[in-house]
Design a protein around this ligand. Sequence first.
Ligand code: A3P
Length: 296
Amino acid sequence: NISMESLSRPSLFDFYGVCMTKYFTDNWDNIQNFKAGPDDIVLASYPKAGNTWVSYILDLLYFGQTSPERQGSVPLHERVPFLEIQIPGFPSGVDALNELSTFPRIIKTHLPVQFLPKSFWEQNSKIIYVARNAKDTAVSYFHFDRMNKAQPEPGNWESFLQRFMEGKMVFGSWYEHVRGWWEKKQSSSNILYLFYEDLIEDIEQELGRICSFLGLSPTTELKKQVTEKVLFDSMKTNKMVNGSTDEVFDFKISPFMRKGRVGDWKNHFTVQQDEQFNEDYEKKMKNTDLLFRTVL
Ligand code: A3P
């Protein structure tokens, strides 16, 4: 592995109309040519929507009872590889996926819908998309970019929020990402569209939706186990899932499991920022029936 000092913060550039960095585009041909398997499950989201949370839910549903050693010794980011990642000194997401020997493979991605490798559509893979309201996503992303050495410098909150509104974030515009996947879902029964706010409000209900989408019927005991293990506080203290095995994170700046709430944006947005954000939001999100809750 390379030392953290030699890992530089990447710059953002336009990549087929979406802002990206080298760490997610250097392996592009291998990503686009990725061969999906018939039982692959894709877990897609814009960054900071709760991908880690749902990936742990899926991991427990499929492997919680059969492989206890996996739970204790394999970091979640190895169990659920990140398709498009390619950071020098670490295995690429594509290689990690091709080396997985447990099935089904659960595959994390932040790609906007138009970038998902064709093979997943050809294989009719099941896809779970997780979305989170724009304001909490922006706040979570700001703190993430502060502590993640593989992300561009966030700058101050004011400038970060402006860039968020302009879509100049890694993986592009939040607005286009959530809408692109929402529109795709309208014509595809293989996509389950989840909301972070719903997971917070009623994890049992959402667990039920996930299971029926995947055709799983877990025992009452497993369901109970899953809901307990995926609580924010349980995950925060679980070294295999809380990001502490991820070498590019600096927890001295901010933890990966940070707040885990709906409405933390209120502690960051000024009244003026909120007004400006809302006005801009209405313009960008008109003509869609996709609705988010920013408070519960
Ligand atoms: P905050 O920064 O608001 O705390 P992702 O995994 O897509 O990067 O998303 C990370 C966000 O999901 C973080 O949000 C993190 O705390 C939150 N999260 C992760 N696990 C969670 C859980 N079990 N319950 C609630 N929020 C969770």
